[in-house]
Design a binder for this molecule. Structure first.
Ligand code: ATR
Length: 253
């Protein structure tokens, strides 16, 4: 397998995948590939002809662009508008999926938290935010409030999620942090130690779960604040760990 990225130095997924495949005794090797945006189509054309490639991961900046080069995408990848894993079938057909959101929900489950029936606040409506919002609604969230610096993006995402999952009341706009079951940060605010909190959480109840998709640092200012308040807090690393199991299922299907 490969992980296609540009730049490529920050890519950790290939090492995590190699460790995962080794731990389950599968004879699969994963290598990062530095692919410039203008070469994506040519590289995909070559991968179609590489008969021992079972699939590849796609990361920044290719997740959206890759879709137009694929033969098929799952409903999730279509809804999110981006793919992060592609399976190469024996014939060379390429099938894309987006398991960012499912990985996040699986990470919650590993911590004993289910979105089903819950009132949730999500901060952020970028690439990760789109994936997480659709996955939370698919997992049975009752109410999903989406807030974002660019409020038009939050509104567009809320409308798209409502359409795909009418059972989940999805809105953007004002929210009351005191009546939420789960708060999720999907923005990049918190990657730097000096970052402010992506949302003020004073006044939340001790039963509120606070989660962050940021993997580095493992403890963001938001996670540290929630933990200090006695709330259950879930960092982003578990999301990548859980994605490995989903990748295995998807590419080895
Ligand atoms: P990713 O693929 O990692 O989700 P992205 O699509 O660029 O990256 O999305 C980044 C998210 O972080 C967006 O929700 C972005 O808000 P905007 O849509 O308003 O740009 C949010 N974000 C990034 N920097 C931010 C900041 N300084 N303050 C608030 N939100 C920020």
């Amino acid at each position: 397998m490969f992980v296609l990225a540009h730049p490529v130095g920050h890519v950790r997924a290939s090492a995590v995948m190699n460790a995962h495949f080794e731990s389950i005794g599968k004879n699969v090797a994963v290598s990062p590939l530095h692919v410039a945006p203008e070469d994506l189509g040519a590289v995909l054309g070559a991968i179609r002809k590489m008969r021992n490639v079972i699939g590849f991961g796609v990361t920044i900046p290719h997740k959206i662009e890759v879709i137009k080069h694929l033969d098929e995408v799952t409903a999730t990848a279509r809804d999110v508008g981006a793919a992060n894993f592609v399976r190469r079938e024996e014939s060379g057909r390429l099938v894309g999926d987006n398991i960012d959101g499912a990985g996040f929900v699986a990470g919650l489950a590993r911590n004993g938290v289910s979105p089903a029936g819950k009132s949730i606040l999500q901060i952020g409506a970028g690439g990760a935010g789109r994936a997480v919002a659709f996955a939370l609604a698919a997992a049975g969230a009752r109410e999903l409030h989406i807030a974002n610096r660019d409020s038009a993006k939050a509104q567009a995402l809320a409308e798209a999620v409502s359409k795909a999952h009418p059972g989940c009341t999805t809105v953007s706009g004002p929210f009351d942090v005191r009546r939420l079951d789960i708060i999720v940060n999907t923005t990049s605010v918190g990657m730097k130690e000096t970052d402010p909190l992506p949302v003020e959480i004073d006044g939340i109840g001790p039963d509120t779960v606070v989660a962050d998709v940021i993997m580095t640092p493992p403890v963001t200012p938001l996670i540290a604040r929630a933990a200090a308040m006695g709330c259950k807090s879930i960092g982003g690393k578990i999301m990548l760990d859980e994605q490995m199991k989903l990748v295995e299922k998807f590419v080895l299907a």
